[in-house]
Design a protein around this ligand. Structure first.
Ligand code: CMC
Length: 429
């Protein structure tokens, strides 16, 4: 009869070991039993980039990369993008269930109550150089928030955790908008709590002398949809940073700053900025074949294509393309969109991309939408960090409350020098 176990034979010793298989996984620690002799440390599992290592059990987000499926707490991303709001999706991620009307009203009120930044945090932001990268301002300010909320150190206290979660989700758009206004040399606009979560963000970005900013409903909805799509994506680089740094039981502001720093990189949330740079460099549709020749030769990458997990179309890219149509109908056509559409069309029929299972990812179109809305490229990862905050926090709580979790501390295979004696400087060659 089939057994849920794995038998491994160590050919160095001829010994066999049986390890249980649970939920399609063996425990890496079971390999430590495999030893040549009693002094042996035991077999390690080598996995740079964690390509085949599950670092946790999670009930938050499910991705089926082959089938192009993304679900938050069991709800397909397509349904959430069509029917939910970002704030409701954030509630779902954090609490595990969609809210009742009463719970939603309370959640909205709680978030609104915390949208203002402490005036000293505002002053702190004012100290940045006029052309500081907005992501650097966001990372620095979020880390600085731990100095304002000392109660945040009580990470094992559910009530304290809840307070910090609300503060972070509420203040992220405010920090992002202040960073934007700072770059523009414009006065910061305080939150307008009579507006929706995305509407208030647009007001803090674009309000000038008018007594009340009226956000365009299409732009407001586009922002909400983009934020739903970006809210969580299971164990990606920044989420792994959140869990890893959080596993030291540091406060959530410090852990969120670390996660946001991970998101900043061009291989992660910085990719949408790189997409725009790439499209500008290509310049026109006629130059696409030559550009793709370079990609095929391995000289560069087609940014916005490829994903560690999705080996078919990224479901978020499909939805975002629809949002792009709605935004472009409103703000007018953009040459970069034409180049992107043509690039996608050619790449999807190209043997190299088919063979390597490279399809557009969420960032292929998000940058083009952000640019059409008037955001400078430096704001793109910031716009990603706002919604991903709810995903990071949901994962953080799950990590803290999982009895299996310990401080993140990988092993290494040491390949440096053997033991040697210290030489005084005059004796060194
Ligand atoms: N253009 C051309 N070739 C590519 C690309 C690309 N965008 N992505 C992967 N490849 C090739 C790569 O050269 C390699 O080929 P070979 O096997 O012949 O050497 C093969 O595909 C596997 O690549 P990999 O780098 O081992 O794959 P990975 O899973 O480690 O990397 C990735 C995933 C997203 C970093 C990568 O696809 C990439 O660099 N894409 C461009 C950057 C990008 O769009 N990033 C946004 C990711 S989605 C948003 C997010 O989650 O943050």
């Amino acid at each position: 009869m089939a057994k849920d176990s794995l038998t491994v034979t160590d050919n160095r010793t001829g010994r066999s070991y049986e390890m249980p298989i649970n939920q399609g996984a063996v425990r890496a620690i079971d390999f430590r039993e495999i030893k040549v002799d009693e002094k042996d440390f035991g077999l390690l599992v080598y996995d740079p980039g964690f390509t085949n290592t599950a670092s946790c059990r999670s009930a938050i987000t499910r991705i089926d990369g082959e089938a192009g499926i993304l679900e938050y707490r069991g709800y397909p991303i397509e349904q959430l993008a069509e029917k939910s709001t970002y704030l409701e999706t954030a509630y779902l991620l954090i609490h595990g269930e969609l809210p009742t009307q009463r719970q939603m009203d309370d959640w909205r009120e709680e978030i609104k109550f915390h949208t203002y930044l402490h005036e000293n945090a505002k002053k702190f932001m004012e100290g940045f150089q006029y052309d500081a990268h907005p992501m650097g301002m966001l990372v620095g300010t979020v880390a600085g928030m731990s100095t304002f909320y000392r109660d945040s150190k009580a990470v094992m206290d559910p009530a304290s955790r809840h307070d910090q979660i609300v503060r972070l989700i509420a203040k992220m758009p405010t920090i992002a908008a202040f960073a934007y206004r700072h770059n523009q040399g414009k006065p910061y606009v305080y939150p307008d709590n009579s507006l929706s979560y995305p509407g208030n963000f647009l007001s803090m970005l674009w309000k000038m002398s008018e007594p009340k900013y009226e956000p365009d409903p299409v732009l407001q909805r586009a922002m909400d949809v983009l934020w739903i799509l970006h809210a969580d994506h299971e164990q990606n680089c920044s989420t792994n940073a959140m869990r890893s740094v959080g596993s030291a039981h540091v406060d959530p502001y410090s852990a969120t700053a670390a996660a946001a720093a991970g998101l900043y990189g061009p291989r992660h949330g910085g990719a949408n900025e790189e997409v725009i740079n790439m499209l500008l460099r290509i310049g026109n549709k006629g130059a696409i074949p030559e550009f793709l020749k370079g990609v095929r030769a391995g000289d560069e990458r087609l940014i916005g294509f490829g994903h560690r997990v999705y080996k078919s179309y990224d479901p978020r890219a499909r939805i975002i393309k629809q949002t792009a149509d709605e935004v472009f109908d409103l703000v007018g056509h953009n040459q970069l969109l034409d180049i992107a559409l043509e690039l996608e069309h050619i790449a999807l029929e190209d043997e190299y991309f088919i063979e390597h299972k490279l399809y557009p990812n969420v960032d292929f179109y998000s940058g083009i939408i952000y640019q059409a809305l008037g955001f400078p490229v430096g704001m793109f990862p910031v716009l990603f960090a706002i919604p991903r905050t709810s995903g990071w926090l949901a994962q953080w709580v799950e990590m803290l409350t999982d009895e299996d979790q310990r401080i993140a501390r990988p092993r290494q295979i040491f390949q440096g020098s053997g033991t040697r004696d210290y030489q005084p400087i005059e004796k060194r060659r």
